[in-house]
Design a protein around this ligand. Structure first.
Ligand SMILES: Cc1cc2nc3c(=O)[nH]c(=O)nc-3n(C[C@H](O)[C@H](O)[C@H](O)COP(=O)(O)O)c2cc1C
Length: 454
């Protein structure tokens, strides 16, 4: 079995994935807007030996039939939130090993400025950054807010492809890794190692010099979580680490296989992509104790929350459908995986058992030993490289996992050693902080072919 990597799912807002958990007496997530909250969490992650803290992000807001329901404000479901890049900056400044993965939208960001922002954080952190590439599943309200045109689901992936090819040129091709000599008796930068880029894509163009020098990793570690056919093809081409949502071992195994096949189709090896499954658990001293703790969380939910959250991610109003409608008959131009992951269920099933089938993954409830057994069984059964821990109560759920489950997993010898100072070295077991030769970003080092030819 592969040695496993662990990251923590977080969100710079009061709830996660459209669940209303902030009211729980032990949950400190409503403190997301304080530095103390993030510093406590960063310390727990770093000292607990997690590889990274992941900051999810979404633009837009929940809208059911054109209106933002009051429940969205009453429960703080979608808004307000903080900028993940600025939160990341604080976390990176207060840690020395932990990676931080930020979510950035290829529909809404401006690639030239985005490239500099990522390079800055990679530089200042000594190469501890990752980018979760999203096409923005919540696009319909987000485009209204940004005043930009709506782009259909599959076309958003073509746009993403253009976006990444431009930022690859800026990160990999504009400044050679050893361009900065900072020699007070000689040059600050070697002019022969500073290049112009030229990108004339269908969506983005850029010509001239890159604004930042080569950072420790060059390109931040590339994360992706698209689950639709277009999303998987994109992930297979560009992703180094793919997140998959929850599901049965069989569903996860099929998903993990499809992602690796997509990588092979793009000329990369099946193992060049790390597949990490979102994992949510509630740990108790006994199974009954864990279940009681989970019931307390569920008690604070209402079906209106699910309807609002589902509409936010898909634009669809579940309450408007005949309950017998198979979920797979629904169609959306927003997040298609929020439809396909419910294959086999009807709209009524999802609404009836909404807390289990909601937008996030189903929680595993048990003792620390049972959680460890389950994690190992899932990893073996689905050929996973690791897990993205999706805590229910913060920071308690994360503390429970790192203090109670991680020691058992370590004792069983299944935790990756995570050596190296950059996120790429820790996650991919590579001895180099930069991308491997089979990644498409490497061809953006146009100067290499010039040097080789001359
Ligand atoms: C663990 C995980 C984390 C995700 N984080 C985000 C996020 O932060 N922002 C976002 O817009 N989408 C996020 N997504 C959604 C996907 O990135 C993807 O955009 C969405 O599934 C729609 O694409 P698809 O229709 O190809 O699946 C996440 C998905 C998973 C499984």
């Amino acid at each position: 079995m592969k040695k496993l990597h662990f990251g923590l799912f977080e969100n710079a807002q009061a709830n996660d994935s459209g669940r209303a958990t902030w009211r729980h007496p032990e949950n400190q997530r409503d403190q997301y807007d304080t530095l103390d909250y993030w510093m406590t969490l960063a310390k727990v992650c770093e000292e607990g030996g997690l590889d990274f803290l992941f900051l999810a992000d979404a633009w837009g807001w929940a809208e059911v039939n054109g209106e933002r329901p009051d429940i969205a404000s009453v429960e703080g479901l979608d808004l307000p939130r903080l900028d993940p890049f600025i939160v990341a900056s604080a976390i990176l400044a207060h840690t020395s090993k932990l990676g931080v993965v930020m979510t950035g939208s290829t529909l809404l960001e401006q690639p030239y400025a985005f490239a500099r922002r990522m390079a800055t954080l990679d530089q200042l952190s000594g190469g501890r950054t990752g980018w979760n590439i999203v096409t923005t599943g919540t696009a319909d309200t987000a485009v209204k807010a940004f005043g930009v045109p709506m782009v259909a689901h599959d076309e958003r992936y073509e746009m993403a492809d253009d976006f990444v090819r431009l930022v690859y040129k800026l990160w990999e091709g504009a400044w050679e890794p050893d361009a900065l000599t900072k020699d007070k008796q000689g040059n600050f930068a070697d002019p022969a190692k500073v290049h112009t880029i030229d990108h004339q894509g269908p969506y983005f163009t850029s010509q001239g010099y890159g604004n930042s020098a080569y950072s420790p990793q060059g390109t931040p570690v590339l994360f992706q979580a698209g689950a639709s056919p277009a999303g998987r093809a994109f992930g297979g081409r560009h992703g180094e680490c793919m997140f998959v949502g929850g599901g049965t071992v069989e569903q996860l195994a099929a998903h993990s296989k499809a992602i690796r096949e997509a990588a092979v189709e793009s000329g990369r090896s099946a193992d060049s992509v790390k597949v990490m499954a979102e994992f949510r658990c509630i740990i108790g001293d006994t199974k009954e104790d864990a279940q009681r703790r989970y019931d307390e969380v569920l008690a604070s939910q209402t079906p209106e929350v699910t309807i609002a959250s589902y509409a936010w991610f898909t634009g669809l109003d579940l309450s408007a459908y005949d309950p017998e409608t198979p979920m797979t008959e629904l169609h959306t131009e927003l997040s298609q995986s929020q439809v396909s992951r419910f294959a086999g269920l009807t709209v009524g099933d999802v609404l009836k058992d909404w807390h289990e089938h909601g937008v996030g993954s189903k929680a595993f409830v048990g003792t620390a030993e049972e959680v460890a057994d389950h994690v190992i069984a899932m990893a073996e059964g689905a050929n996973l490289d690791g897990f993205l821990l999706s805590p229910v109560i913060q920071p308690g759920s994360t503390i429970d996992f790192v203090e109670k489950v991680m020691p058992i997993l370590r004792e069983r010898g299944v935790v990756a050693p995570s050596e190296g100072s950059t996120l790429r070295e820790r996650l991919t077991e590579s001895t180099s902080p930069t991308l491997p030769a089979d990644h498409p970003a490497v061809s953006a080092r146009a100067y290499e072919s010039v040097t080789a030819a001359s």
